[in-house]
Ligand binder design. Sequence first.
Ligand code: 5AD
Length: 363
Amino acid sequence: MRLDARTIEDWLRTTDPAALAELWGRADAVRHEQVGDAVHLRGLVEMANHCQRRCAYCGLHRDRPLARYRLTPREVLNAARRVRTAGYGTLVLQAGEDPGLTCGLVAELVRKIKAETGLAVTLSLGERDDATYAAWREAGADRYLLRFETADRRLYAELHPGEPDGYRRRLGRLLALRQAGYEVGSGVMVGLPGQTWTSLAAALQMFADLDLDMIGLGPWIPTPETPLIGRVAELGAPDDEQVTADVETATRVLALARLLCPRTNIPATTALAVLDPERGYATALTRGANVIMPNLTPARYRDDYALYPGKGETWRENSGGEERLYAMLGDLGRVVATGPGHSPRYLERGGGLTQEEKTCCRP
Ligand code: 5AD
């Protein structure tokens, strides 16, 4: 569905309960019609918390005191086996932007995982050069996640100091991923200090313009010892312009993303579950989401992948995480998907072909 910027912003700002009820209902109906009732489970393995970047919001900021770890290839392979055993169709390998995860090391790992488990593999390893993206795709990686974080170029520069051209580069990487044939996922944080309703509406339009196969979004969560904590007042927009960082607002964005990109995959993200441990996932699933990414990182590293506080608590096998998840899906009348769970949008676009390639190669 096409929605103009004004209409999107009105939906984002409305305080009318009836309008909101309509938004939730429409998003849920479109989700049901376009991607069905099956919920795809992706096993998330956070393979390293080393990071060379200094993103102002992020708990993996390179100057932040943190016990740094990198899984060995054997540990990653074991985690992949656990994802397979759990019956999930996809393994997501995420890390900080860690130069120690070299092109060759990751390619070799992906090759082994594909050969042994047959899982779909999603990578989320930051900005890399064309050759690296190509090598990983060649090794068998199916998907790549790289959020653009905000649609506001100036705010992006504030949040990523020392990278004057960072925003353009980020969008360039998303195009490179598409060219390399990946299913491409991106998204934003909701409620970053300085993020306005107008820029959030622009982000939603970008989801549609980029024709994303996956859209990941969650509320910004203040993280101790990150530079952004000290800059909230300075960066913050005037009250009536500043986007709020809460579950309701983030799920408004999610619902609108579902309307704009009906056949894309949209996860109920961990950040939502951190703000609302009881109902965060369920709320997202009833407002447009069709994916959950249970955390299967080996337990002893989990607290060190400290993007934001409370993250390690949302998913613990020993507190019944898995059982609770299945019970919740049952309560919502949803079923667990089987198979790799490729984005329907990606498949109908004709795999990795860009619009240009498609038009030039068809009679
Ligand atoms: N709050 C919420 N999300 C965060 N991320 C990083 N730091 C935070 C935070 N403090 C998100 C970013 C990044 C993803 C891996 O985690 O959007 O792309």
